[in-house]
Design a protein around this ligand. Structure first.
Ligand SMILES: *[C@@H]1O[C@H](CO)[C@@H](O)[C@H](O)[C@H]1NC(C)=O
Ligand SMILES: *[C@@H]1O[C@H](CO)[C@@H](O)[C@H](O)[C@H]1NC(C)=O
Ligand SMILES: *[C@@H]1O[C@H](CO)[C@@H](O)[C@H](O)[C@H]1NC(C)=O
Ligand SMILES: *[C@@H]1O[C@H](CO)[C@@H](O)[C@H](O)[C@H]1NC(C)=O
Ligand SMILES: *[C@@H]1O[C@H](CO)[C@@H](O)[C@H](O)[C@H]1NC(C)=O
Length: 385
């Protein structure tokens, strides 16, 4: 654990000194700490750090940061053995970044914040209008007290603002940032983006952040190098009144984890993967849980089919009634896939993606499935008690 953490610090420091090694585009190359976002029926996958094998992902001969832009058209069906994704590396000034945050305003704006960059002087905030260009523009935040963030794990936006909650300072990573940054999206393209910093007892990083109905739910992560956040403790930032509170969830509580990923819709958040610690040994997680935020109940999800294997620092993106995952790391599995799909209609892993509009009848069906799973879990827990 400690050594893994030290290495993350090292990555931060070494990256300040490194000369960029240009890495050839190869969609089968493993990577982690990249980001993915769905914008207008395209999934944009950006940056990260390439690794040779899962054997020693932290070797520091070179950091192999990339600025590769991968575009996946999700308006059409595809199979995972031949996804129709294309690489766009036309913009040489796009930053080499990993462990950063990615979000969108719900239209065509893609926004990146923080992370570890190969260029310490580069901006901490970037944006582009994906309808017209994939050239990222640097932006400046108004408040000098707003530091960069790494491992903050999830960044989320509504149409007006981007929210960055907790996280770690790239240079002093074991002290989590005790606060919430809000960046006004309408100002992002002006010379100075207007942002505010609210002190709050967030105290974690490498968690996930999911926005549902005006509330950002913070799940998992670590308080410091060795202390995992109790998964029954859910941090909630209410964007309407700027309050931060901690809620207590019940049900089938997942094991502590970091570098996991989350998606949310309706009243449901689904988390996947990550890694945790058991008997002082790092354990990669290969499980999924759902949190019903209306009843604050956790339930384990049993997904049929061949799973993609334990992993962390991957991406996990809700696309209609599917979740599309990409890349990531595992210390226990050398055969990680570059893309994998969870079909929410059938609750199974799938090697096929079919775009379906998430209409009311299908989402009702989905809710019934969740409700059945949720109830049987609850019953099990009740009888155990
Ligand atoms: C992978 O390993 C080979 C041989 O050790 C090395 O030449 C290459 O640069 C490495 N690539 C990455 C992405 O680390
Ligand atoms: C971007 O394109 C989508 C359609 O693909 C359109 O709905 C949207 O209004 C466009 N946004 C901007 C800012 O041009
Ligand atoms: C966005 O800002 C407008 C104007 O201030 C406000 O009416 C609207 O409720 C805001 N939307 C969200 C999601 O905060
Ligand atoms: C490794 O991942 C593959 C899928 O990529 C999976 O089939 C296999 O079960 C995993 N092995 C272990 C030991 O987790
Ligand atoms: C709505 O969803 C159902 C079930 O998934 C599907 O059969 C139907 O074709 C969908 N309707 C539309 C208009 O997309």
């Amino acid at each position: 654990m400690t050594s893994r953490w030290l290495i993350v610090i090292l990555v931060g420091m070494i990256s300040l000194l490194l000369i960029i090694v240009k890495v050839e585009a190869n969609l089968n190359s493993l990577r982690y700490g990249h980001g993915a976002i769905l914008i207008n029926k395209k999934m944009y996958i950006y940056g990260g750090r390439k690794v040779n094998s899962t054997g020693d992902p932290y070797e520091m001969v070179n950091t192999n940061l990339i600025n590769e832009f991968i575009i996946l058209d999700v308006s059409k069906s595809f199979k995972t053995d031949n996804p129709p994704w294309v690489v766009n590396n036309n913009n040489v000034n796009n930053p080499y970044l990993f462990n950063y945050g990615i979000t969108s305003n719900g239209d065509d704006l893609m926004i990146l914040f923080g992370g570890i960059s190969s260029n310490p002087d580069s901006s901490i905030l970037w944006y582009c209008h994906t309808n017209s260009t994939l050239e990222l523009q640097p932006s400046t935040v108004n408040n000098e007290e707003i530091p960069s963030r790494t491992l903050f794990g999830g960044m989320t936006s509504d149409i007006n603002n981007t929210y960055i909650i907790g996280g770690a300072d790239p240079l002093t990573p074991s002290s989590p940032s005790q606060g919430i940054i809000t960046i006004g999206l309408s100002s992002i393209e002006s010379d100075i983006a207007i942002s505010s910093f609210i002190r709050a007892n967030v105290a974690s990083y490498d968690h996930t952040a999911t926005l549902l109905d005006g509330k950002v739910y913070i799940i998992g992560g670590v308080h410091n190098d060795v202390e995992y956040v109790d998964m029954s403790s859910i941090g909630v930032y209410n964007t309407k009144d700027s309050t931060w509170i901690t809620w207590r969830a019940n049900g089938d509580i997942p094991d502590g984890r970091r570098a996991h990923r989350a998606i949310g819709y309706d009243n449901i958040i689904i988390i996947h993967g990550g890694f945790g610690i058991e008997d002082n040994v790092n354990v990669d997680r290969n499980d999924l849980f759902k949190l019903d935020v209306s009843s604050l109940t956790w339930g384990k999800l049993d997904i049929a089919g061949q799973d993609p294997g334990a992993r962390y620092s991957h991406t996990f993106t809700l696309v209609g009634n599917h979740i599309i995952g990409t890349y990531g790391l595992s210390t226990t599995n050398a055969s990680l896939s570059n893309i994998f799909i969870l079909d929410l209609n059938t609750l199974s892993w799938s090697n096929e993606y079919n775009p379906v509009s998430k209409n009311s009848s299908s989402s009702k069906l989905l809710l019934i499935v969740w409700a059945i799973i949720g109830r049987s879990r609850t019953r099990k827990i009740v009888t155990q008690e």
